[in-house]
Design a protein around this ligand. Structure first.
Ligand SMILES: *Cc1c(COP(=O)(O)O)cnc(C)c1O
Length: 388
């Protein structure tokens, strides 16, 4: 078995929706990965913020295997211990009152959109349904979450899109222009990952929160990428000291298995009742067992380490020639350089480093337990490639 064979099969049989790097990864340990030829890579992408503790993590693996050995799936017609345990953990750690589980970020956001619309329908009648999202956001690939995604590039081919979304710039003037008597929610990412690790201004978020509270507009924070310790906080809204009504997450939640969660806080926690929403796989026991293992290890100590490693990355990246700006928080890092991000990513790959790109920037989303010597090895390659 070699990479070329896999690449050939892929090109023959898989719908070519992904621009893949020319590598097939076979195995690994932590932040070190190997392809089918045995070449080693330092992983600074962690499967797009998914493998929170890297690959093949012993503790996570034993939690997952234990669950696989008892029951792999039950359907949501029955009660499930891993699901109930995980919901309890999430609520205890965040202050949320209720959780709905899906399988992905898009599904978590679909749930949030439904929750906001139902909340408003019951209280204000059927016309108050508009949701405001922020330009350059990314909320998923289903039709509704694409409609919520405020980027022109995503709004072709698949029309008609879902009605009832308005797009504001990331400033109060623009948000106020969009808000009217029909607004039921404002949905945003604190740090826009897919569009280049744009960190939204803290004062802006405070003002959005205030406006939402005054007008009973629900504040939905999409923590699909920023969540689960990524920023040095369990969920990034904590860094901004704001209190959302709905928080969605996915990517890293189950440490490498598909799982999404929509957390309902305070006044909207009782919004759903029997039959309102559902999913066959949502809250799968194996994924939930993996997530319980991950969440119980995102401790204050781990988060302090994430902040420290993030700062170390940032300080050292800023010293590299041709680096113009380093954005982000914790281990969610965007690097703006004078060069092409995709060229940099390609050259890093050749030298044994996996990095991501986002809107012209190089993006790093390493595992939260990446080792100091792995960070140094990554920085050395980034320096060679970017400064050359
Ligand atoms: C990745 C992402 C999504 C979509 O998640 P999927 O699991 O791919 O559906 C939604 N919102 C944000 C902020 C993301 O980064």
């Amino acid at each position: 078995m070699d990479s070329q064979y896999i690449i050939k099969e892929d090109k023959e049989y898989i719908a070519p929706t992904y621009a893949r790097f020319p590598v097939a990864l076979k195995e690994g340990k932590g932040s070190k990965l190997y392809d089918y030829e045995g070449k080693e890579y330092i992983d600074c992408g962690s499967g797009i913020a998914v493998n929170i503790f890297g690959v093949n993590d012993e503790e996570w693996k034993s939690a997952v295997i234990a669950q696989l050995g008892s029951i792999q799936h039950t359907s949501n017609l029955y009660y499930s211990k891993p699901q109930a345990d995980l919901a309890k953990l999430l609520c205890e750690k965040t202050g949320a009152s209720k959780v709905f589980f899906g399988n992905s970020g898009a599904e978590a956001n679909e749930c949030a959109i439904k929750a906001a619309r139902k909340y408003s329908d019951i209280k204000y009648g059927e016309n108050r349904k508009e949701i405001i999202t922020i330009k350059n956001s990314f909320h998923g690939r289903t039709i509704a979450t694409l409609s919520a995604t405020a980027q022109e590039a995503f709004h072709k081919y698949y029309n008609p899109f879902v009605e009832g979304f308005k797009y504001a710039d990331a400033n109060m003037e623009s948000v106020k222009e969009c808000v009217n008597g029909d607004t039921c929610a404002i949905m945003l990412e604190t740090i826009q990952g897919e569009s280049g690790v744009n960190v939204l201004d803290g004062e802006f978020l405070k003002q959005v929160e205030k406006l939402c509270k005054e007008r009973d507009i629900l504040l939905i924070v999409d923590e699909v990428q920023t969540g689960n310790g990524r920023t040095g906080y369990l969920y990034s809204y904590e860094a901004y000291n704001i209190r959302p009504d709905i928080v969605t997450t996915a990517k890293g939640l189950a440490g490498g298995l598909p799982l999404g969660a929509c957390m309902l806080f305070g006044k909207c926690s009782e919004v759903f009742t029997y039959g309102d929403h559902g999913s066959t796989f949502g809250g799968n026991p194996v994924a939930c067992a993996g997530a319980c293992s991950i969440l119980s290890r995102i401790t204050d100590e781990l988060l302090a380490g994430v902040k420290e490693k993030g700062l170390y990355f940032k300080t050292n990246l800023e010293r590299i020639k041709n680096v113009e700006e380093v954005t982000g928080m914790g281990l969610m890092i965007g690097i703006k350089t004078t060069k092409s991000a995709s060229e940099i990513a390609g050259k890093c790959l050749e030298k044994g480093l996996l990095v991501l790109t986002a809107h012209g920037k190089v993006r790093l989303l390493p595992a939260l337990n990446i080792k100091k010597e792995e960070i140094d090895a990554a920085l050395k390659i980034l320096n060679e490639v970017i400064a050359e």
